[in-house]
Design a protein around this ligand. Structure first.
Ligand code: SAH
Ligand code: SF4
Length: 453
């Protein structure tokens, strides 16, 4: 246990007895992990989870600031909650995460939404009980965006029984010119090697089968510690933790992807054959303006090196269209790179200017309509490639970790392959967390179908 947290807990007491909480999560896996910690904290205060937001006595919104869209969704949700708060006077509403870590946004929310009781940032998880108590006792909105952080040993309530997130490095030093993350998550902080190993071993003892190592850029793990270990070392050690069946990691920055890491994935017994390697653009001119610090040629070399060393590997990516100054010629370079790299899947986004970033000083000059047209052309190309890549798997027998009933069809079960593809197959008494051999019978753009081999 975290001593500072324990002290806070003692002072706060069990303020959640008889009460229910609901956490609404926006954004990335790091936010999902933070939300699991918040849930753990709330349950240690004796709060119980609510099945629906309307039933909650406490609503926590964990926000995302990476693009305008998730921010607009948060504002819309807060607008709706105004009515709920009117009906339910004792309802507490807390808003935290990347959006509120920005002071001007926190100030705006405080002015605009008087029914918010607590605004906190990305660093204050360990103080959450004290902040909540303060908010419950105060008539004014409590705001705390302090940056001192103490994340080790906090309680956690994980969403899955067999899959777990395991953060290895917080923050980011890269300052890609479009990105708000370094401003809201701070500079890079690697977790000490032994703490990560202890958590991995604990997870294995608790029966978790799959862990995903998290960081904005896992490849820079360790450079800020005096431990002489890098991310490849970490993977090699975690691979030897008894009981863990699958080890995944997100995200890899192409500029730091080392041959040692490729080797670790190639040789590791439990390390899954999947890289999420965001390229962002296929134009060298735009990559430079984005401050990505690699060229399209270098990126394609990496893709080739990965594919040569790791049979069956899947590579996914993120791409932004309509960055300031992006011409049709730049965009064609992106399409060409996508054609050459043959990604298994791509997450594609319209450029969205973010306050405080370097790119926000440039004119956002690609018209919205043109951004959307480029996005559509890009998605059309990638969808074709995804479908072809998945169709090529027909006939293969793959290892699938069962995740549960299929969302679209209750007669089917769904699981994932080692390289992170979704597979549906006829239900046959299997349980969540079981490993099966499945023969692929059909490949589609987003998923695969199969039957027991
Ligand atoms: N650390 C990860 C990604 C963090 S944000 C990385 O370096 O890849 C996730 C994705 O959101 C990014 O890869 C990028 O494609 C997209 N993104 C970030 N800022 C954006 C912006 N201002 N507009 C549009 N997309 C953005
Ligand atoms: Fe943002 Fe770039 Fe850091 Fe990723 S590496 S979080 S895109 S600044």
């Amino acid at each position: 246990m975290n001593p500072e947290y324990e002290l806070a807990l003692r002072e706060t007491g069990r303020i959640g007895t008889g009460k229910k909480y609901f956490i609404k999560i926006f954004g990335c896996q790091m936010n999902e992990n933070d939300s699991e910690i918040l849930a753990g904290i709330l349950e240690s205060l004796d709060y119980q989870p609510a099945a629906r937001i309307e039933e909650a006595d406490l609503i926590v919104i964990n926000t995302c600031a990476v693009r305008a869209k998730p921010e607009q969704k948060v504002a819309a949700l807060l607008g709706k909650l105004q009515d709920l708060k009117r009906e339910k006077k004792d309802l507490l509403i807390a808003v935290g995460g990347c959006m509120t870590q920005q002071e001007e946004v926190a100030n705006y929310l405080q002015r605009r939404f008087h029914h918010v009781d607590l605004i906190f940032g990305t660093h204050q998880l360990h103080r959450f009980p004290a902040l909540l108590k303060q908010a419950a006792e105060s008539r004014k909105t409590v705001v705390d965006l302090g940056e001192e952080e103490n994340r080790e040993g906090l309680p956690i309530r994980r969403a899955s029984k067999f899959k777990a997130w395991l953060p290895v490095i917080y923050g980011c030093n890269n300052f890609c010119s479009y990105c708000v993350v370094p401003f809201v998550r701070g500079r890079e902080r690697s977790r000490p090697f032994r703490e990560i190993m202890a958590e991995a071993e604990q997870l294995a003892r608790e029966g978790f089968l799959e862990i995903t190592l998290l960081g904005q850029n896992v490849n820079s793990y360790g450079h800020d510690l005096q431990e002489g270990r890098d991310f490849a070392d970490l993977l090699n050690h975690i691979d030897r933790v008894e009981g863990l069946k699958r080890i995944r990691f997100l995200t890899s920055h192409p500029k730091d992807l080392s041959p040692r890491l490729i080797r670790a994935v190639a040789e590791g017994e439990h390390i899954c054959e999947h890289f999420h390697l965001p390229v962002q653009s296929g134009s060298n001119r735009i990559l430079e303006m984005m401050n990505r610090r690699y060229t399209r040629e270098r990126y394609l070399e990496l893709v080739q090196a990965i594919r040569e060393s790791i049979p069956g590997v899947s590579i996914t990516t993120d791409i932004i269209v309509g960055f300031p100054g992006e011409t049709e010629a730049d965009f064609l370079q992106t399409l060409d790179l996508v054609e050459q790299a043959r990604f298994d899947a791509a997450f594609t986004f319209n450029y969205s200017p973010r306050r405080g970033t370097r790119a926000a000083l440039l004119e956002d000059d690609v018209p919205q309509q043109e951004k959307s047209r480029r996005l559509e052309r890009l998605m059309e190309l990638q969808n074709r490639i995804s479908r072809e890549t998945n169709e090529a798997l027909v006939g293969q027998v793959v290892e699938v970790l069962v995740e549960g009933a299929s969302k679209a069809n209750p007669e089917m079960s769904t699981g994932r392959t080692r390289n992170n593809k979704l597979v549906h197959f006829p239900r046959g008494g299997e349980k969540e967390g079981e490993m099966l051999s499945i023969k692929i019978t059909q490949g589609r753009t987003w998923d695969l179908f199969g039957k027991r081999a």
